[in-house]
Design a protein around this ligand. Sequence first.
Ligand SMILES: [Zn+2]
Length: 105
Amino acid sequence: MTDVPAPSPSSDPCPEWCCGDHDEEGYHQSCFEILPAVVPLPPGCDGEGRSEEATELSVAAYRYSHSSAVWVAITEGRQTLDVSLESARRLHACLARLLEQLERV
Ligand SMILES: [Zn+2]
């Protein structure tokens, strides 16, 4: 069995949104957007009287070299949700609708 080398980004020009912070990793990635966030603590978790905690969300897009599929990664701590670009658009629209409803109250 022969190891197949990862595609080289150098032979696949960086898209405009690529941060260029990669060597030969086989994918292009945007710069991270870091958002302060508040998340609920799980039930039973000792939060010293708190039921929520401050954290950070990081959001970035990436695309594997020689692929047209763009993915969006939303990371909090050790958890990452990777969704397709179309899924990210639907999530964006859904959040906009939900926030509009909540702000009407
Ligand atoms: Zn790149």
